[in-house]
Design a protein around this ligand. Sequence first.
Ligand code: ADE
Length: 263
Amino acid sequence: MMRCDILTLFPSMVKSVLETSMMSLAQAKGLLDVTVIDIRSFTHDRHRTADDRPYGGGAGMILKPEPILEAIDSICATHPNTRIVMTSPRGRKFDQAYAQKMSEDSHRLVFICGHYEGIDERVHMIMATEGRKVDEVSIGDYVLTGGELAALVMIDASVRLIPGVLGSTNSVKEESFSSTLLEYAQYTRPVELRAARVPDVLLSGHHGAIRKWKHRSSLASTYARRPDLLTGRALAHADQLILTDIQKEEDTEKSDSPRRLSS
Ligand code: ADE
C-alpha cells in the first residue's frame, strides 16, 4: 500500500489522471491511497495568493513558503511518518530503483509540486531543520511548467511495482530495467503481416528455446538502442558469446535490430 499526498496549485489536473486506468484501479484495490491538496486552501488572503515576486529581481514568480509549510504541518500533525518529495529539475534523478524504493516505502509520501520559477528556498531549509525527511527529485534533464506531471510520473512508475496492481507479477519481473536489459521484441496475432512473420520459435511451444530467444532478443535490443547499459556491466560468459554473435550478425547486416540513421 502506497500512501501519498499531492500538494498542488492545480488539483483538477492531478485528479483527472488519478481517476484513470491503473491509478484508479490501484486505488479501488486499496493498494494506493492519494489525497490531493490545494495549496491555495492554506492561504489566508482574499485573493488566495500562493506566489509572489522574487527578491533581487528576475523573471517569473516564486511560490510563497507559508502555505506550503502550513500544509505540511497539517499533514504531519495527523501522519508523523512522512517523507517529503519536492519535485524539481535540480533534484536527484528519478529511476527504476527509486520507483522500487517508493513502492515499498512505509512513509506517507508528500509530493510538493513546484510551479512558476520555483519555491522559496526556505521551505526546503525549514523542513530539513525541523528534522523532516526531504528528497528533491527530478524526472529528467528538462524543465516542466510544474511538478504535477513529475509527481504523477513517479507515482505511476511506483504503483505498478506494488504486488497485485498489475495482472501478473511476471510482467514486472521480465521487463526493461528490472534486469537492466531492455525488453525483448513482442508479437501478437496475426502470424504474418505484410510478409513480416512472427519468429517461428515463438510459435513452437518449446519453452526452453523461447526463453533463450527472448534473452537474446533483450541483449540485441539493448546493444542496438542502449549500449551504455552494457558497458561497465559484468556480463556472464554465455552472454558475452551471444553478444559477439549479435555483433557479427550486425556486421553482416543480417540483424533485425533497427538501423541507426546516419547523421
Ligand atoms: N519541475 C519542473 N521540471 C521538473 C523536472 N524535470 N522534474 C521534476 N520536477 C520538475
